[in-house]
Design a protein around this ligand. Sequence first.
Ligand code: GRF
Length: 197
Amino acid sequence: LRIAVMVSGGGTNLQAIIDGIKDKTITNTEIAAVISNNADAYALTRAKDNGIEAICVSPKSYETRDEFNKALLEKVNSLNVDLVVLAGFLVKIPEEMVHQYSHRIINIHPSLIPSFCGVGFYGLHVHEAALAKGVKVTGATVHYVDEGMDTGEIIFQKAVEVKEGDTPEILQKRVMEEAEWKLLPAAINMIANKERN
Ligand code: GRF
């Protein structure tokens, strides 16, 4: 399975995929390239450190959002991948790309969808909202990407306990370690090793 991983930040989910390929929890998979909208994303450094093509397609380089969307899709198409993996990618996927890659884009979200998802629920905000609500259990979800935000068919979910005294940062780390970094590699491996996705 040839994949492109799209990132915006630190790239710990990308690292989990890289490590998963190395330790064979993910088989029959190669990362064709890592694409970020953010030139400063440490995820791009992780790619380079692992000999993986690191590409930046920045909205700042384009006059309009439409031109950015077009450039992003052209770049992805040029890679000839089977699957696009959103790993902390904070830009909405252009509708045209969702249509061209129907059922071939997956995303990891740091909550049990449909809780704490949709516009505005990204990064620490997700965990701030969970703590504000006082949920006893949260977790992560990996799902197919459709036209909406965090609305596509769910592939895997994993629950994570909220503990007394949790801050958003502590909870985020636990959700990453116990759920995100397990679910995303598992979903890629599942898709790589079944007839059709
Ligand atoms: C984190 O908030 C993570 O929960 C979500 O994307 C953000 C960045 O993750 N999936 P990463 O370290 O860049 O993979």
